[in-house]
Write a protein that binds this ligand. Structure first.
Ligand code: NAD
Length: 328
């Protein structure tokens, strides 16, 4: 069995999810982590028994990993992904793919000319309850899917959030760029279609930074399912729910918790399925793609469609009109 060596770039909040998942897969070994923050980098390296490098280029040149996992602030995704692709590394690039469509195109070009594989970390595809919801839609048991109502409330301004998340130049946006990317991905993936148009209204009432703290989005998909996304990062009650409205019933999806179904009465929980950690499933998908020389489920071209929809969201808010998302 071939073993692939993986190296991580960015030892921040999401780093341990990737390293824990790597530890569960025989075909993958973690060799090193790069982070400019020596304290964080060394801490993660010592926890997982791997080498720390302050400079990711030095790490890639010395370690020659087969795969790099890029878990950096959003404004660094493009340059790092392009450079690592040019070094011949396959990429697991964290969501959102990049700050805008033009950066996504640069990454796609580098990946194509270096003939490496690129997966973008849209982890929504791997949560067990999400997989159950996708199967429910496919089965037609509740009839035709008509609309989706996705709500996310999460206090966004806590002290533990790194400051770059509040800087538009570095994050590309606020709660919608970060968590809205998950919602748009979830809607596209569940419906097997793409966002066709958006009308969005955002607010900028956060205590720090220049990014939006909330947003309401009405969107239409190429499958003619309409959706509403409401997200708020202001103080309140935390909520992460996706309601699916069908012609013969409804379903309520809480990604990390479960799926509930109503055929007219109260919601009843669907028996949960036992699945592996989403980050393990994500690596398995990447491995399959590398071994079969195919695009993974969450390919670069797919992930660019999420960024195109997000670009349209900011554009719609600025102009106050509905914006079409150009098909690529
Ligand atoms: N898939 C998910 O569910 C999920 C969850 C959380 C975060 N994310 C994504 O993961 C990425 C990282 O987010 P995070 O929350 O871990 O951020 P973070 O700020 O905690 O981590 C980023 C790390 O990158 C390091 N860094 C900055 N510049 C660097 C450079 N030039 N070279 C090497 N290291 C550098 C920082 O010191 C920091 O430790 C983002 O794209 C984010 O949206 C995804």
């Amino acid at each position: 069995m071939a073993t692939y060596r993986a190296a991580l770039i960015g030892a921040g909040i999401i780093a341990r999810n990737h390293l824990d998942a790597l530890g569960q897969l025989q075909e993958l070994t973690a060799s090193a982590v790069a982070d400019t923050d020596e304290l964080k980098g060394r801490q993660v390296a010592s926890e997982y028994g791997i080498t720390h490098y302050p400079d990711y280029k030095e790490m890639v040149i010395k370690e020659r990993p087969d795969i790099v996992i890029i878990a950096l602030p959003h404004h660094l995704h493009e340059a790092c992904a392009v450079w690592c692709a040019e070094q011949g590394c396959h990429l697991l690039l964290e969501k959102p793919m990049a700050l805008n469509v033009s950066e996504c195109n640069a990454i796609l070009e580098a990946v194509a000319s270096s003939r490496v594989n690129l997966m973008v970390g849209h982890t929504q595809h791997y949560w067990p309850a999400n997989l159950q919801a996708k199967e429910l839609i496919r089965s037609g048991k509740l009839g035709k899917l008509i609309a989706i109502h996705d709500t996310r409330h999460l206090f966004y301004y806590g002290d533990s959030r790194p400051s770059w998340f509040f800087d538009k130049d570095k994050a590309g946006g606020g709660i919608l760029m970060n968590l809205g990317a998950h919602s748009i991905d979830k809607i596209q993936w569940l419906t097997g279609s793409r966002v066709k148009s958006v009308k969005a209204s955002l607010t900028y009432e956060g205590r720090i930074g220049d990014v939006e703290g909330s947003g309401c989005i009405f969107l239409q998909t190429t499958s003619n399912v309409t959706a509403v996304i409401i997200q708020s990062g202001y103080e309140g009650v935390a909520k992460d729910e996706t309601e699916l409205i069908f012609s013969n019933g409804m379903a309520k999806l809480i990604s990390a918790k479960g799926l509930w179904v109503s055929k007219g009465g109260q919601y009843e929980q669907v028996k949960p399925i036992v699945k592996e950690d989403p980050f393990v499933l994500q690596f398995k998908d990447l491995l399959r793609a590398i071994q079969c020389d195919q695009d993974p489920d969450s390919s670069g071209v797919y992930a660019r469609s999420v960024i195109a929809a997000l670009e349209a969201v900011y554009h719609s808010d600025e102009k106050g009109v509905e914006i079409s998302v150009e098909p690529k």
